[in-house]
Design a protein around this ligand. Structure first.
Ligand code: SF4
Length: 67
């Protein structure tokens, strides 16, 4: 699976970082760095990725299941 970040929606709340710090980091400017943007999430981080998608208050993250 992959997780897509919609930067236009993201408001830098950082809930995704709390849920999945291996996947998301807010930089000093409040910009979200998505470490696996466009790449397949490692299996051991999939659950954390789903948690991050669930907690984002503005639905800026979307799961993309791969075949
Ligand atoms: S929780 Fe959502 S709005 Fe907040 S930083 Fe993460 S993606 Fe952006």
């Amino acid at each position: 699976m992959k997780v897509a970040l919609d930067r236009k929606r993201c408001e830098g709340h950082g809930m995704c970082e709390t849920a999945a710090p291996e996947l998301f980091t807010l930089d000093e400017a409040g910009e979200l760095i998505a470490h696996f943007d466009g790449r397949t999430i490692p299996a051991e981080l999939e659950e954390a990725a789903r948690d991050a998608v669930r907690v984002c208050p503005v639905a800026a993250l979307t799961i993309e299941e791969e075949a």
